[in-house]
Design a protein around this ligand. Structure first.
Ligand code: ZN
Length: 264
């Protein structure tokens, strides 16, 4: 009954009510600009997540924002984009599997040419006009985008090298892609096995039924082999944001920035 009533309350009203309800001084969500008492717990410590010490997965006490549902990962990526001051620049952005609050914020920046997409675009229709995009065959010309945001996608793609090639192809020289994935802190080499096919096996081996690998420390090299110049951004050292502790980011997580070099 409550659910059916909530369905008819406009998004904006629900958003404001939640901002008031969770108002507090302890934490801050930079994605939805809410001062809140706490974040909500989320994630799950499945055996592979613990065994391989996977950063970017697993249970966290301070995980998602009760107002906008952004997780600590989204807050970190948005912090990076905020630091770039994209609000002041005109550029073209491709956002794959768009995180809701980031997409809502970018959609409001009218100076941007902003495209969102996914293999199942209907899942995102309540907040963006997503189009159907398979990242191993991106339906855009070479060098179309200044920025690509494609977080926690590559670990789902059987031919991730082809996807990386495609992302590189549609990126403009001097552009960059944010390509976050869950990464094991202890695996030197990415763990993958095409023989592992069923959802049960993938859950058991990779910690999620639709993951096809666990990336190891060689993830950055795999991106570099595609042609990217890879940078690792540490928000705790490099951010100019004054109250970073209030964002409850994961202290072990970094932003992976894959740049396409300028043509010589
Ligand atoms: Zn939020």
């Amino acid at each position: 009954m409550m659910y059916s009533i909530r369905k008819f309350i406009p998004y904006r009203i629900k958003f404001i009510l939640k901002k008031i309800f969770y108002l507090g001084n302890s934490y801050y969500c930079n994605c939805c600009q809410s001062h809140i008492r706490r974040f909500c717990p989320g994630g799950e410590d499945l055996p592979p997540v613990v065994e391989y010490r996977i950063t970017g997965a697993g249970y966290r006490e301070q995980d998602y924002c009760p107002v906008c549902k952004s997780t600590y990962r989204h807050r970190m990526v948005w912090l990076y984009l905020q630091e770039l001051k994209i609000r002041e620049n005109c550029c073209t952005i491709l956002h794959i599997a768009p995180e809701e609050m980031i997409a809502r914020r970018l959609s409001l920046m009218k100076q941007l040419k902003y495209v969102t997409g996914d293999t199942e675009p209907d899942r995102y229709r309540h907040f963006t006009n997503a189009i159907k995009i398979n990242i191993t065959q991106i339906p855009f010309n070479d060098e179309t985008f200044d920025i690509i945001i494609c977080n926690h996608v590559l670990e789902h793609i059987p031919d991730d090298r082809l996807a990386m090639k495609e992302l590189y192809r549609v990126l403009r020289p001097e552009g960059f892609a944010l390509l976050q994935v869950p990464v094991s802190e202890i695996l030197e080499k990415t763990y993958e096995d095409p023989a592992i096919q069923t959802e049960e096996e993938r859950l058991k081996h990779f910690g999620q039924k639709d993951h096809v690998r666990i990336y190891g420390k060689d993830y950055l090299q795999r991106l570099a082999n595609t042609g990217f110049e890879v940078e690792v951004y540490n928000p705790f050292k490099e951010s100019t944001y004054p109250a970073i502790d209030k964002l409850a980011l994961n202290p072990d997580e970094r932003v992976i920035v894959a740049r396409k070099a300028r043509k010589i």
